[in-house]
Design a protein around this ligand. Structure first.
Ligand code: FAD
Ligand code: DLZ
Ligand code: SF4
Length: 512
């Protein structure tokens, strides 16, 4: 007579609530590599390899703690292929009187778990996930009665509640946000350090072989796998970020350089999201670096805002708005995802570089995801379902709770402005300012129209024109709409014509 404690692949934390008051003699822990999770979308090969390897390493640590763990490997003969199948199998084999699980990260998994009590006739307890700094109830209380849910205000409340970067009641430096200092292009003479890399051990090697065999038709490259797969290794990634890159994180947060996928970013989202690191320890280390004089305030505040602000905020928003959030499509976008998102060539160098790096690394930094890939998806009117699926597939840090608000809310404005006060739309000149991609592009960023013009230039105006009814009254778009309204009919027609030629070529699968 014992409790079954299910640990999911993104719950690799020893402090997990589902492990509290575990009886090592009577309780069973269950971890399972299941086909359903690995293929409900066709995750990037590196993402599957990372999760399976991190799961197997975590399982070893649980066993070393003397806990009773049942671990189902992908190739195990009796593997039932789903969480439910594996839970039901263990319930049949052991005398299980209760199932305990920490709140999962995805709505579909929660709905599934909530059905088990009836199906198995065993009590199911879902415990809070206290690895986040705001509980779902706290977020919901904050959101209650507000018309707009701006991250900035939530972030300030979190700073006060947790007393991060505060001097008494005031924010350190007398300002909540130093973002205006964080928009520099990378000077030519600067070269960001290489990311922290780890050797492949026997566990990872076995997993790499499994993925190569079973998921060969999935997107992305498996070669050059160097992710951390244990907490100790993830802590090394964090330490090296704080010591080597945090100092420049703020200044070059928005910069993009061809051949430099990692820049001065932290590369810790993989580890935060699967539980190898906690947001609290990450923020504390960054604040310590500032207090110690090792990193400037614009960098440290900028970094803490991402983890304490954006990360907690998108999770709160996801759970507040699901399941309806999944079907939001405010701008009524319908276009299919172009094939080049899956790796075939595009002449648009910015997109080509970001997709190539995504395929190689299962990673792209924020501004690539937002202002190149996301910007194109917005301007081209790609359907939210297809864009959401792509982002969920291709990044090793992607789980629906964090991916969907970023896609539906941040890049596609599909929630009608719940998350963002205006769409993040930009023409080629922004990309040219923040990157060196345009120098090696077939298109000319300075040309506004015609066959050689940068497509972002005419698509930007076409997007505003197409969506005038829905966006024309947005106070933050006053300037561009005034410019659009002052354009001659001839200019507008040229923009429309170029956009139509471009979209037709996309539809006919021509190389654009
Ligand atoms: P850094 O730039 O070093 O930032 C530090 C940390 O802040 C990140 O590790 C992350 O935990 C957090 N963070 C930063 N921005 C965000 C954000 N907008 N939302 C939530 N957390 C944030 N992040 C994911 O973790 N998983 C996703 O599936 C994901 N999908 C995204 C999709 C789109 C369209 C966009 C625009 C952003 C997405 N992000 C996602 C947010 C962000 O791009 C990544 O967290 C970041 O690039 C991860 O790299 P890093 O660890 O080097 O981050
Ligand atoms: C992403 C993923 C994959 C690819 N495979 C597994 C798996 O086989 N077993 C598992 O427990 N978790 C896996 N995960 C992570 C889950 O998808 C994640 O835990 C849920 O989406 C809940 O957030
Ligand atoms: Fe991208 Fe346009 Fe620059 Fe080419 S010219 S890299 S398409 S922004």
């Amino acid at each position: 007579m014992g409790t079954l404690r299910l640990i999911l692949g993104d719950q690799l934390s020893h402090s997990l609530t589902s492990l509290e008051n575990c009886d090592p003699k009577r309780d069973w822990l269950l971890m399972a590599e299941v086909r359903e999770e690995a293929s409900y979308v066709k995750h990037h090969k590196k993402k599957i390899a990372f999760i399976f390897s991190a799961m197997r390493h975590f399982a070893e640590e649980l066993r070393a703690r003397g806990l009773n763990l049942h671990y189902t490997k992908y190739h195990d003969q009796d593997n039932q292929g789903s969480f439910y199948g594996e839970v039901a199998r263990l319930c049949q084999r052991q005398k299980i009187t209760k199932i305990v699980v920490t709140h999962p990260g995805e709505y579909r998994v929660l709905a599934e778990i909530q059905s088990w009590q009836q199906k198995l006739n065993i009590a199911v307890e879902v415990r809070q996930d206290d690895r986040f700094l705001a509980s779902l109830e706290e977020f919901s209380n904050w959101a209650s009665g507000r018309k707009q849910l701006r991250m900035e205000y939530f972030y300030r409340e979190m700073r006060k509640a947790w007393h991060f970067l505060m001097d008494g009641n005031k924010p350190v430096g007398d300002k909540w946000n130093f973002d205006s200092a964080n928009r520099k292009a990378l000077p030519k003479e600067m070269s960001p350090p290489q990311p922290t890399k780890f050797e492949i051990d026997t566990i990872t090697q076995e997993v790499l072989e499994l993925v190569a065999k079973e998921f060969d038709d999935h997107f992305g490259q498996l070669e050059n796998f160097h992710f951390a797969v244990t907490r100790d290794q993830a802590l090394v990634v964090l330490d090296e970020f704080i010591a080597q890159r945090l100092v420049n994180f703020g200044d070059y947060q928005d910069a993009m350089v061809q051949g430099q996928p990692w820049m001065y970013h932290s590369h810790i989202s993989f580890y935060l999201n699967c539980g190898l690191l906690t947001p609290k320890e990450v923020i504390e280390q960054a604040e310590y670096a500032y207090r110690n004089g090792d990193a400037p305030l614009n960098a440290v505040e900028g970094f803490i805002r991402q983890v304490l602000g954006w990360r907690e905020y998108v999770r709160g928003l996801y759970w507040l708005k699901m399941p309806d959030y999944k079907s939001e499509n405010f701008l009524e976008a319908t276009r299919s995802l172009p094939k080049f998102f899956w790796g075939s060539h595009t002449k648009m160098n910015c997109l080509h570089q970001c997709i190539k790096e995504t395929s190689e690394n299962a990673y792209a930094h924020h501004i690539q995801r937002l202002m190149i890939l996301g910007n194109f998806a917005l301007l081209a009117g790609l359907h939210p379902d297809e864009v959401n699926e792509w982002y969920l597939v291709v990044y090793a840090d992607a789980y629906e709770w964090v991916e969907m608000p970023n896609v539906t809310g941040m890049i596609l404005f599909a929630d009608g402005g719940l998350l963002a006060s205006k769409p993040y739309a930009a023409s080629g000149s922004y990309i040219n300012k923040m990157s060196d991609y345009c120098k090696s592009c077939d298109y000319k960023v300075k040309d506004k129209n015609g066959p050689h013009a940068c497509p972002f230039n005419y698509l930007y105006w076409d997007f505003l024109d197409r969506n005038k009814e829905k966006l024309g009254n947005n106070p933050r778009l006053g300037m561009p709409y005034r410019t659009l309204n002052n354009m001659s009919d001839e200019k507008r027609q040229t923009i429309q014509r170029d956009s139509q030629i471009f979209f037709k070529a996309l539809e006919q699968d021509e190389k654009v």
